[in-house]
Every structure is written in C-alpha cells, then in structure tokens.
Write a protein that binds this ligand. Structure first.
Ligand code: GLN
Length: 195
C-alpha cells in the first residue's frame, strides 16, 4: 500500500489525510524530517504560504523537501502548496522550493473575488467538470517547457499544472467530495500516469 505524507505544519492537512484514507492508501501527517524517509509521495496543503514556508525552515524541512523535488519525487501542492512549489512567486517574502519551473502570483484574484467556486474542465481526469474551491488563490503567470498546464479558467488563466511527478493546483480539492485529483496524483505515485 502506498504511503503518502501530508505536510502538517499549518493549513488544511487534516482534510487531505481523510480524503487519501478514503482512497485506501496509508496517509499521515509529516512534521519531522525523518518522517520524509519512508514515503511514496508528499502533499503540501493550502494554508498560508508565508507561515508554512517559515515553519518548514524552522523544522528544517525546506532543504530535504527541495532535495526530494530535485530527485523527481512525487509531490502535490494545493493553493499555498502550489505557491511553495513554484520557482518564482510574486508577493512572497521567502524563497520558494523552486521545484516546478513556473512563476505564480499570490492572492492573485484581488479582493472582489478573492474566494469563489467554479466548475472546471480538467482533461486528465475526464468528465464531469471538477467543482473547484478557490480561497485567496494564486494563479500561474508563466510556465517553462517541461510544465504542462492541466486546467485553465475560461479567460485562459492557468490554475493547475504538472511537471514530471509534481502536480500544482491553485484550488482546494480536499474541500470537496470529489476524489479524482487525489486519484490522479496516486496514479502518478504508482507510475500508471505517464506523460
Ligand atoms: N493566500 C494564501 C497564500 O498566499 C493561499 C491561500 C490558500 O492556501 N487557500 O499563501
């Protein structure tokens, strides 16, 4: 059975763990660097990227996670997690992991619509559309050649991407009952989903 760790320093980690368990995998919180050792995949949840980044530094997790990412380890980042995976972030006062060749903008949707829900077409998971919850979400400003955009808003804004075994989502799939994106990530962990 796959063992998936969810970074549990701050934010919506409990929801990810519950959802992964519904998919029948072993899922548990990660707070210590030695807990990274026996994993098949890692999720960096939503929350506050500045806080999570700072706590990763305090808990000495930043370098080991950066190293894992550099080795092609499966990592999925949602919302603040996507921000931390990026190479460059507009509006973040710490160095992100730089794991994916993309630039993102924090709190990108502005005050009027800073939180919203919408149904997204995500070709890699097929029909029906995925009901996505955006909470003070980032969006993707630029991606490099190795990064595939998995979903866009109707105006073309990129809000989900994949690079190798890493997946970044600007929204919160753990806050819905739809297991398809977590299943997609597990497929990547198992090696069934190839590019
Ligand atoms: N606005 C948050 C940040 O910049 C992300 C919000 C979220 O994870 N829901 O870190």
């Amino acid at each position: 059975m796959e063992r998936i760790g969810v970074l549990a320093l701050q934010g919506a980690f409990v929801e990810h763990i519950a959802l992964l368990r519904r998919l029948g995998v072993e899922a548990f919180p990660v707070r210590l660097r030695q807990e990274l050792r026996k994993l098949d995949g890692l999720i960096i949840p939503g929350g506050e990227s500045t806080t999570i980044g700072w706590l990763m530094q305090e808990f000495r997790l930043l370098e080991p996670v950066r190293k894992l990412a550099g080795q092609g380890f499966p990592i999925m980042g949602t919302c603040a997690g996507m921000i931390l995976l990026a190479r460059r972030v507009l509006g973040l006062n710490l160095e992100p992991l730089g794991a994916m060749d993309m630039d993102v903008r924090r709190n990108a949707f502005g005050r009027q619509v800073d939180s919203f829900e919408t149904d997204l077409e995500i070709p890699v998971i097929g029909a029906p559309p995925f009901h996505a919850v955006f909470i003070r979400a980032p969006f993707i400003e630029r991606v490099g050649d190795g990064v595939e955009i998995l979903a866009r808003l109707p105006d073309g804004t990129g809000i989900a991407a994949r690079q190798g075994k890493m997946v970044a989502l600007a929204f919160h799939p753990e806050l819905t009952n739809d297991l398809r994106l977590h299943s997609y990530f597990l497929g990547i962990v198992r090696g069934d989903v190839e590019r």
